[in-house]
Design a protein around this ligand. Structure first.
Ligand code: ADP
Ligand code: MG
Length: 581
């Protein structure tokens, strides 16, 4: 989302300064300054090309930067831009420039410093070259990557304590020398003016050791698991950063701009594990987007060897909007897992309807219904993908597996209501989404209904079914016509109960109930869903049956087959002819 690509950088700075009290833009320049800074403190200035947000504008604020100078995307700011920033914030204590090691930045910041010194300002420069992916040494040296953010933090905190320029510079240098970074990417970012990614990666390829300007890295490989990626990154930064077991470090697990936070959390967990396994003591760890490369999908890991006093500076409060607050949380959890709470004792005085597993219609029906859900996983998922979010098949298959698991524990004779209640609890535990709790309440309500009965007639089962459907209405809040599974369940439960009350044969009554469930499901094709996920897509759902209602007809069909077989075969089945298990 942008306006003209030529205004990309300015508009981003306008956005930052419009949303952060104390931050302002110097008129006519892409420079962010702290309007509340103490003029007697050393002014720490950082900068470089844009595209690395929240670096560097987001780090302006007391305790970090006094100003950030921003160039065009991936382009060093001009000498005059840097000079303007220096003039804007320089005071008697002098100025520290923190830059990343790129030729353009060295030249523009270097020349600006030179001119400012001629104007009587005390200026120091610290160059950060934390990349350890590529061999170090050589004439140009390593590139500057996300480790620079640690340098801002430490130097900024020292400046904010009123330390003189030489001390602030020493902290910055020490931090820069103690940090090692390496990145990996699954896809390259897109420079707005170019409109296409900087380099192309195949579906299953990753780029190791890339820079932050879309420059390719040292090597390409097949996509690995988060665990293997973390291990390799950890190995490289720890070895090249010369961190030994027993030493204290801070970690920065940095998203490159298009990495979902949950993915970054996965990598972070693996990194913490890999670093800890090496016997290294993680004192602080931060995860987030600290220094990005536009919309690059990937991350970098920085390891900072901590010297005495450094942690305190990392922990110091800053007003910079992009630095995450509370440091007390940025410590690996000492207790990362706590035991689950015990289930309360079951105080219900439940009726024990003893049943044998071999000739129970309930048992056979549950199996058949669960099998139907396993068989229909793919089509249900596909249907839910069209009108919803595509998880129904998976959810119901998970529910089916937990029913099978419950049934396998059951010994003859068993208690009907306990089995139903246990299945409801298991579904509640394992199936999420909307259908999870709704099916769970169905089992629970049916179990409660059956609890108090001393006989189990066909009508009792029909009433238990009605109670279950009533539970769906209470919890789900849907009414018939809302295009949900209720459109199948409600007519079916009403039909079943009514026909049995009028003395219909149980099998016939169930057949008719199944038929009205199918009619109700068919009707959902034309209704616009007003509840459930489909409601968000409105007209797009028209033309497709509601997946939840369709699932109901499938398991009812399976139960119907069981009842039909029982009604037509074997002497053992004849005992149950009246659906009276
Ligand atoms: P989601 O992915 O939307 O959380 P699921 O995929 O688990 O839900 O289930 C989708 C089905 O749930 C729908 O097809 C619909 O039949 C049913 N459903 C949605 N909302 C309700 C509701 N309020 N009451 C009854 N059934 C509902
Ligand atoms: Mg769904």
């Amino acid at each position: 989302m942008m306006n003209a690509s030529s205004d990309f950088v300015r508009d981003a700075i306008v956005g930052l300064t419009s949303t952060s009290s104390g931050l302002a833009r110097i008129e006519g320049w892409n420079i962010v300054v702290d309007t509340e800074r103490n003029p007697n403190h050393v002014a720490v200035i950082a900068g470089g090309g844009a595209g690395h947000e929240p670096a560097h504008g987001g780090y302006v604020g007391d305790g970090m930067l006094g100003a950030a100078v921003v160039g065009e995307v991936y382009t060093s700011p001009s000498v005059d831009a840097v000079l303007t920033a220096i003039r804007a914030v320089a005071g008697p204590a002098g100025v520290l420039l923190i830059i990343k090691n790129y030729t353009g930045d060295r030249l523009n910041f270097g020349l600006a410093a030179e001119i400012a010194r001629g104007e009587g300002v005390n200026v120091e420069i610290v160059v950060v070259a934390d990349d350890v992916a590529l061999p170090r040494g050589g004439k140009v040296g390593a590139r500057g990557l996300a480790g620079v953010v640690f340098v801002h933090k430490v130097a900024g905190a020292a400046a904010s304590r009123g330390r003189p320029l030489d001390v602030v510079t020493r902290w910055a240098k020490l931090t820069a020398e103690s940090v090692a970074t390496m990145g990996v990417a699954l896809s390259a970012g897109t420079v707005p003016a170019a409109g296409v990614p900087n380099f192309d990666l195949g579906e299953d390829e990753i780029e190791w050791g890339l820079g932050i300007h879309g420059e390719p890295g040292l090597e390409r490989s097949a996509l690995l698991s988060a665990n293997d990626i973390a291990k390799r990154l950890t190995h490289q930064v720890v070895t090249e950063g010369k961190v030994r077991a027993g030493e204290k470090v801070a970690l920065l697990i940095n998203g490159l701009g298009a990495t979902p936070p949950c993915e970054l959390d996965i990598v972070a967990g693996e990194i913490v594990k890999a670093v800890t396994e090496r016997g290294i003591d993680i004192e602080r760890v931060w995860t987030g987007n600290f220094l990005t490369a536009l919309d690059t999908h990937g991350c970098s890991v920085s390891v900072l060897k901590l010297s005495d006093g450094m942690t305190e500076l990392l922990d110091a409060i800053t007003h910079a909007p992009a630095w995450p607050g509370s440091s007390v949380r940025n410590v690996p959890s000492k207790i990362a897992v706590v035991p689950r709470p015990d289930d309360p004792a079951d105080l219900r005085d439940e009726q024990f309807h003893a049943m044998s597993t071999t000739d129970s219609l309930l048992f056979l029906s549950l199996k058949a219904a669960a099998q139907a859900m396993l068989d229909a996983e793919v089509p249900l998922t596909e249907l839910d993908r069209i009108v919803g979010d595509g998880d129904l098949g998976t959810s119901l298959a998970r529910g089916a597996r937990s029913i099978f698991a419950q049934l396998s524990h059951v010994e003859s004779p068993f208690s009907v209501s306990k089995l139903l209640r246990d299945i409801g609890a298991k579904i509640r535990e394992t199936v999420g989404g909307t259908s999870g709790p709704l099916y769970s309440i169905m089992f629970l309500r049916a179990a409660s209904y059956l609890d108090g009965r001393d006989t189990l007639t066909a009508i009792d089962w029909a009433q238990a079914f009605s109670a279950a459907v009533d539970g769906v209405q209470t919890v789900g809040g849907a009414v018939p016509g809302d295009c949900t599974m209720l459109d199948a369940l409600l007519p079916a439960s009403i039909k079943l109960a009514r026909e049995l009350e009028q003395n219909a044969e149980p099998l016939e009554a169930f057949t008719n109930a199944l038929n009205v469930a199918k009619e109700g499901t068919a009707a959902t094709v034309d209704i616009r869903a007003s509840l459930g996920r489909s409601s968000y897509i409105g007209e797009r759902a028209v033309g497709h049956v509601d997946p939840g209602a369709y699932a109901v007809t499938l398991w009812m069909e399976a139960v119907h087959d069981v009842l039909q077989t029982a009604a037509t075969t074997g002497p053992s089945a004849s005992n149950e002819r009246r659906l009276n298990p």
